[in-house]
Design a protein around this ligand. Structure first.
Ligand code: GAP
Length: 515
């Protein structure tokens, strides 16, 4: 774990050093849990969004896109349940004045028990060597069994308190487990109380509660309130989906783990409207389809898993997360939710406007059921970055070995597709040829021209930002109209004619490769 923590720190500092992600307002010491995307970050993020949009909207005849406003009528959030139920249980430490999420404090205490359990297993593994039967040991060793039972009984009590809104139950757990403030070590806690996660602001021309506006905490509601507009204007028949990419805002209390949990973030959400009773069929379909999408960019199977929700949100009758093995462990990357007809029915009731679909085949009106897929763009970015960050020793272009940091991002998603490098910069004929080549490629691919420093250092710079191809223009190029193309991952160098170069790169970065 310590090793993984180190890797995570390196990824965070690499992101800043190479222009992927900066802390927001850094010159004022930053704003916690808010981040800015730099020149390479914005390219990678845009490519992730394009990948999602193409595979959802372009590849499905029955899914259309939409782009709705961040501000919505305040009643939207009453109907959706966010005003009453979008809360985190918070507790303050009276000595340090620090505020925490009660459930996170408890989960951290459970993680410590689980760490002790794993340590016991590791010790036994070292003691018994090859004859060690780990499964049997976990099931029978009294200390291990005791730790496992303790951890699961705490989690069970916590989940019961969370679902039944029992704040006293959470406080009792914190006291019983003797949880201390991570900052001060004090156990002097306030009561636990609910805290709404929506940011709000005020309309200029209406005073008081009437003019209170919320910054949307999810993009989904913009889709629900436009369900009939879209259905009528596109004449879609059920089952059909509406997709949206956009900003969402949550006043998160636990602001850690870099861009994993942000206060301002982006979601890529799709609501799929189905006939009542058919929702589980579509829920299974989208579970598999979304997992396929994550794997298609080369994320190994072992780093992805499904995790069923035990506590269902107020709107869902089934829910599953796709978790990714981040450097800090398996955590939610995407949610797939069977949202029933909760949202459309609530909006229908509060607005007084019908949100029904006329099914001409069955000659009946109904409020459709909804299966939602929702993936955070920033979390997706972090998963791509963590999966592609590699430190390795490779043969150096200058001879000998060199260590390099390379981002092995799928070529289709890579920020820069190709770097054009004249072998040396003090030969005008080479520079001119390389410039011509750069001009030839740039309408089709985001390329970089670089003639500073030795060729090996230029390769390292491109490796660090994940550029899949480096093209070197040398003296022979002037004679044979061929260049050397270097593959980022295999380091293989091939001679290829300039006339074939565009097609060669295109084949490797084509969207077809990931659809
Ligand atoms: N419309 C359903 C919905 O919003 P969610 O599980 O709360 O469901 C969906 O959020 C996805 O949005 C998550 O799986 C995660 O990828 C992303 N997400 C949620 N909160 C986030 C935060 N504070 N920072 C970054 N991404 C977040």
């Amino acid at each position: 774990m310590a090793n993984q923590e180190e890797v995570f720190k390196k990824i965070v500092s690499h992101s800043k050093e190479y222009g992927f992600i900066y802390q927001s307002s850094e010159i004022y010491d930053g704003l916690s849990a808010v981040y800015d995307y730099g020149p390479y970050g914005v390219e990678l993020k845009n490519n992730i969004k394009t990948y999602w949009w193409k595979s959802m909207v372009q590849m499905h005849e029955n899914i259309v896109g939409i782009d709705t406003a961040i501000f919505m009528h305040p009643k939207t959030w009453k109907a959706s349940g966010h005003v009453d139920a979008f809360n985190d249980p918070l507790i303050d430490n009276k000595d340090s004045k620090k505020r925490y999420r009660a459930d996170v404090l408890i989960e951290d205490a459970v993680a410590k028990i689980e760490a002790k359990l794993e340590k016991e297993v590791e010790k036994a593994k070292a003691r018994f060597g090859e004859t060690f039967d780990e499964k049997l040991y976990r099931e029978t060793n009294p200390r291990v069994v005791e730790y496992a039972q303790k951890a699961s009984s705490i989690l069970e009590r916590m989940n019961t308190s969370m679902t039944s809104n029992d704040m006293e139950g959470l406080k009792n757990l914190i006291v019983e487990l003797e949880i201390a403030c991570p900052d001060s070590g004090s156990r002097n806690w306030t009561e636990v109380r609910q805290f709404n996660l929506m940011f709000n602001t005020q309309l200029g021309n209406i005073a008081g509660e009437e003019g209170k506006l919320y910054l949307r905490p999810e993009t989904a509601q913009g889709i629900f309130v436009n369900f009939l507009n879209v259905q009528k204007t596109t004449r879609q028949k059920i089952p059909f989906g509406i997709a949206q990419i956009g900003k969402a805002f949550r006043n998160e209390i636990v602001a850690r783990q870099f861009i994993f949990r942000m206060r301002e973030f982006e979601q890529m959400e799709m609501q799929f409207f189905v006939k009542p009773g058919e929702e589980m069929k579509w829920y299974e379909y989208w579970k598999n389809e979304r997992m396929r999408w994550h794997k298609a960019i080369g994320t190994p199977e072992a780093k992805l898993r499904f995790h069923n929700h035990e506590n269902l949100a107020h709107y869902a009758n089934a829910a599953v997360d796709i978790q990714f093995d981040f450097p800090f462990g398996f955590k939610e990357l995407e949610g797939i939710h069977s949202r029933t007809n909760f949202d459309l029915t609530s909006h229908q009731e509060l607005s007084g406007k019908k949100l029904q679909y006329f099914d001409s085949e069955d000659n009946e009106n109904y409020v459709p059921y909804v299966v939602e897929t929702s993936v955070g763009c920033d979390r997706m970015f972090l998963s791509v970055l963590s999966n592609s960050y590699v430190e390795e020793t490779v043969p150096d272009a200058e001879g000998g070995d060199a260590t390099r940091i390379v981002l092995k991002i799928h070529p289709t998603l890579a920020p820069i597709k190709c770097a054009v490098l004249p072998l040396v910069k003090n030969k005008p004929e080479l520079v001119e040829k390389a410039r011509q080549l750069f001009d030839l490629l740039k309408p089709n691919f985001l390329c970089q021209y670089d003639d500073k420093d030795a060729i090996g250092r230029r390769y390292r710079r491109q490796d660090a930002i994940g550029t899949p191809f480096c093209v070197t223009v040398d003296f022979e190029t002037l004679e044979d109209q061929c260049v050397t193309i270097r593959d980022r991952d295999t380091l293989k160098q091939e001679r290829i004619s300039i006339a074939e170069l565009s097609n060669y790169i295109q084949a490797k970065v084509n969207w077809n490769n990931v659809m």
